[in-house]
Write a protein that binds this ligand. Structure first.
Ligand code: NAD
Length: 365
């Protein structure tokens, strides 16, 4: 296969974890006889400082020409955000426009912790049981993040407003993707919403129930988002299967899921649009650990596995990468984020050592 990828390494730990991900892409390319052309482009806070825009026109052109996009995390530390005017910050000027440009409406975020690695979780072993295997599918280009925003004053009182809008098309297409995925995997689907309070959630539930009629073979249920947050902690395996979430609720619960399996560094993702998609870690730029070669590259390497799985339809290559990643853990190696008061077993290795070991494992298969 011949493909061109735009590589946006991003900010903070972005360059470090992207470097490891590209090692894996390179070894898989050689092993399976593919030809991948990589074109690097600047994106995020670093692009703002060097080129005056978090999503420069040159980068847009490179992304437009590429088949898929490999994106690292972007953004400054919260206390440093004031260095960039609100409207130019990466969240508003880079991430949301990238999603909108390619209409990447379905965000796949796998939450995987096999039973053999359950000590990574801060939850008790009896809670993690036989392991967590949830595919969270988050709607990515609608809802409150993309609605009109207003900060103003009226009748002497300051106020702020964010509109949350979902159209039938927005909900239906992501629901179809989620049901198709649940059918393919032969698993249950749990629809998350807040229909007891929000009109958009009632509408969301109604459309999802309508889509469900075409999938009588897929067991499905619906759970209120606040209850889901609680259940994810006390009984996460009850969600094993597919979880379908709207944009903001999905943003929050997927980070919570990272906490449940032990680290945000274990959260890769793929963002799928009608024609083009991109892969990225589900977490941010982790400025607190940037430049130290201690970040967990699983999230970015796993995103490469998802590129093969979800974007290129090459499941053998994807399985090879997943196997190579999990073998690192199974041999007793961990990155620093996986040490903590609840888990201290394992030999701590660096970001680059982790990538090298995945490469060796893939070559050894
Ligand atoms: P964060 O996700 O960057 O980090 C939260 C915590 O998780 C930190 O302690 C960090 O060290 C840790 N962590 C995250 N990824 C890790 C990894 N791979 N290995 C080890 N530890 C890891 O959240 P934050 O600090 O709130 O945000 C930093 C910046 O990232 C902000 O500017 C935010 O807006 C941005 N952000 C970007 C994206 C994106 O690019 N899609 C997503 C979320 C946040």
């Amino acid at each position: 296969m011949e493909k061109t990828f735009a590589v946006l390494e991003g900010d903070g730990i972005g360059p470090e974890i992207m470097r490891e991900a590209l090692k894996i892409l390179n070894v898989v390319q050689k092993k399976y006889g593919h030809t991948f052309k990589l074109i690097r482009a600047s994106f995020g806070a670093s692009a703002y400082f060097t080129e005056g825009s978090a999503f420069p026109d040159k980068t847009k052109h490179i992304c437009d020409e590429a088949d898929f996009i490999l994106k690292g995390p972007v953004g400054l530390a919260v206390e440093e955000m004031h260095q960039i005017p609100q409207e130019d910050r990466p969240e508003h000027a880079a991430i949301l426009p990238l999603r909108q440009r390619y209409d990447t409406f379905a965000n796949f975020r796998p939450v995987r912790l096999p039973a053999s690695l359950r000590s990574f979780s801060p939850l008790k072993e009896e809670v993690v049981c036989d392991g967590i295997d949830i595919l969270m599918i988050r709607e990515l280009v609608g809802g409150i993040y993309f609605g009109d925003k207003l900060e103003g004053a009226a009748t002497g009182m300051k106020f702020a407003r964010d509109d949350c809008i979902y159209t039938e098309k927005d909900v239906r297409r992501v629901a179809i993707v989620a049901f198709e995925e649940a059918r393919k995997r032969k698993v249950q689907l749990t629809n998350i919403h807040k229909a007891n309070v929000l009109a958009t959630s009632r509408f969301w539930r109604e459309i999802v129930e309508d889509v469900a009629k075409n999938y009588p073979d897929v067991p499905h249920s619906s759970v209120l988002v606040d209850n889901a947050a609680f259940q994810l902690v006390v009984n996460p395996t009850r969600f094993n299967g597919v979880m379908l979430l709207e944009n903001m609720q999905g943003d929050i619960l997927t980070d919570q899921a990272g906490g449940i399996i032990g680290s945000l560094g274990l959260m890769p993702s793929a963002c799928i649009g009608p024609e083009k998609g991109y892969v990225e870690p589900a977490h941010g730029s982790a400025p607190d650990i940037a430049g130290k070669n201690i970040a967990n590259p699983y999230s970015m390497i796993g995103s490469i596995a998802m590129l093969f799985e979800e974007c290129l339809a090459l499941p053998e290559e994807a399985a090879d990468i997943w196997k190579g990643i999990f073998e690192v853990f199974e041999k007793g190696f961990i990155t620093r984020d996986l040490t903590g008061p609840w888990h201290s077993e394992g030999k701590v290795i660096s970001t680059s050592d982790f990538g090298d070991r995945v490469v060796q494992n893939i070559l050894g298969h």
